[in-house]
Design a protein around this ligand. Sequence first.
Ligand code: ADP
Length: 321
Amino acid sequence: SGATSGSRAAAEAATTAPACDLKKVEVIEHRRRTALGEELVTRYVKGRLLGKGGFAKVYLVTTEDTHQHYAMKVVPRSLLTKRRAKDKLRTEIKIHRSIAHPRVVRFHAYFEDADNVYILLELCTNGTLSELMRRRRRFDAAEARKYMLQMLEAVHYCHRHGIIHRDLKLGNLFLDGAWDIKMGDFGLAAKVTGDDARRKTICGTPNYIAPEILEGSGTGHSYQVDVWSMGVVLYTMLVGRPPFESRDVKSTYRRILQNVYAFPEGTAVSEDAKGLVRCMLQTAPDQRPTLEEILNHPFLRDGGAARSFNTTYTLRPEPSS
Ligand code: ADP
């Protein structure tokens, strides 16, 4: 009888299983109406999972008709019940959609259906600087210089338009097909408006968080928190681990507040590089260098002529819907 049921199961499997192992193709549809009332539909074929975030899963997607590749961030509505999570996503969308710069992950579209919120992003095929670091242990001066300069361009663009990123770290610096940086993840970003130039919310990632945020002092914090985090990024690229890393978050915070870090003996970090890290990692925000000063620091300038930032990039026009 065992043989009979076995062959029956096999026969059943043969009739239900597809002829070859084609995986079901999943399509995400973006339906919308033009100003003239015409319906537009774009169909995105879902590909492999690129990565997971706090709430989001990010997939490679391909447009069905033109075969363009993108990264699609999918956030289930079921995870957006808490006010905080909803606000974070709303801020991320509002700020990121207003930005267009070659060193920032391009925001292409945003839409929703009954189950999810979808954010269509420029695809960064080479992962993040954090993954690259893990494979390489640390970067040499030339690479650290290149990535610092590219990050600076992105940060300068944001600051010039009143946007503080507030969560700069290796994991939020994506790498495109040419291994150039694209700054991403605006989930903790803030838009500064005239009368609210100082923010008071606690935010950031433990290892990269600036002391004035931890102090939570009445004075608030502003653009200089990004300079601090860039200092942490630079140290991490050169040394191979973050400057204030310790066994637990509490000791990390204590070390940040006391400004306790050192360059390990025997690592080939130049005095120029150390000098730049030291001035960026100053406890007093107003002692930290401006972006122009960083750009022209001997470590980044490397003997060349004085440089200034490109100021031709503007914000995207406010979308009508
Ligand atoms: P969250 O904001 O929820 O933390 P992230 O934006 O950090 O989500 O995305 C989670 C992961 O998805 C990233 O670590 C990365 O691996 C992948 N990812 C996100 N955006 C892109 C992109 N534009 N291109 C390629 N991979 C991406």
